[in-house]
Ligand binder design. Structure first.
Ligand code: PGA
Length: 263
């Protein structure tokens, strides 16, 4: 693992966008795994800016999002389809039929999970997977559990997740109780993973992801077993990390410049 600690939420987004841009420079037809939520917003803003100012090209890119609420139509402003269209897809030159999210409206969610996993495979697998993390250390909607759920599946949301996500709704009662989410195996099969987190509310989840024992009660801890993970944080999200973590390079960036390395 490599951990980059930045000055701010905005800087976290810039670093993440630079990594995505580097990926597209090397492989213009990359398959990207994408996330919703407030965490990746500055990354999307920066990617849009790079598209407008430097012509960063998304015309050959294919994307697969992590998750969608069950029963939420794509044109519902609370849906993740809508979020992605408004915050990213409509603002770059990606081909709409190259963008994929699980369909939360279908009756047979199990079949939808199989379809989604098969589609990812047909597209050659995910080159770079961008992840946020929940306060309970979930990734996607893989909530703390007694086992790691492998494939794209239907999941009942944790009370903590419902509480956290209620900020996007009028009241907690409006937050859907179920979602369809990529599974842990689907995530772990990505060639590279980029985990982003900001704010003190994520500091403990980040510590669990990076240095606790690997266990399904802290789903993000599985990332320790992946061979190419970069974690990009703001200072607050990094505040529970020890100064040294065995086998992990920690890079501190001030105003985008490397200042300290430790490993
Ligand atoms: P957030 O959600 O980016 O809105 O904090 C992240 C997550 O729950 O995975």
């Amino acid at each position: 693992m490599r951990i980059i600690i930045t000055d701010s939420y905005r800087q976290m987004g810039r670093e993440a966008a630079n990594m995505v841009a580097g990926q597209l420079y090397l492989k213009p037809d990359s398959v990207l795994g994408l996330a919703t939520g407030s965490t990746p917003l500055p990354m999307y803003r920066r990617l849009i800016a790079l598209h407008r100012s430097l012509g960063l090209d998304f015309s050959e890119v294919t994307t697969f999002n992590f998750d969608e609420y069950v029963g939420m139509a794509p044109d519902n402003p609370q849906s993740y389809h809508y979020f992605m269209n408004e915050n990213f897809f409509r603002k770059v030159n990606i081909q709409p039929d190259h963008t994929h999210l699980p369909d939360g409206m279908v009756k047979d969610l199990e079949a939808e999970g199989h379809r989604y996993d098969a589609l990812i495979q047909q597209n050659g697998g995910i080159d770079l997977q961008v992840l946020g993390i929940g306060q309970n250390a979930h990734i996607g909607f893989n909530e703390p559990d007694v086992k790691f759920e492998a494939r794209t599946h239907c999941v009942a949301l944790d009370e903590e997740t419902i509480r956290a996500n209620s900020r996007f709704f009028e009241s907690p009662d409006e937050v859907p109780r179920d979602a369809i989410s990529m599974g842990i195996k689907t995530i772990m099969m990505a060639r590279r993973i980029l985990l982003l987190a900001n704010g003190t509310s994520k500091a403990e989840a980040v510590r669990k992801a990076v240095c606790s024992s690997v266990r399904p009660e802290a789903p993000a801890s599985i990332l320790q077993l992946h061979r190419d993970v970069t974690v990009i944080l703001d200072r607050a999200a990094a505040s529970h990390l020890p100064t040294h973590i065995e086998g992990t390079k920690i890079i501190h960036k001030n105003n985008g410049k490397n200042t300290t390395f430790s490993s």
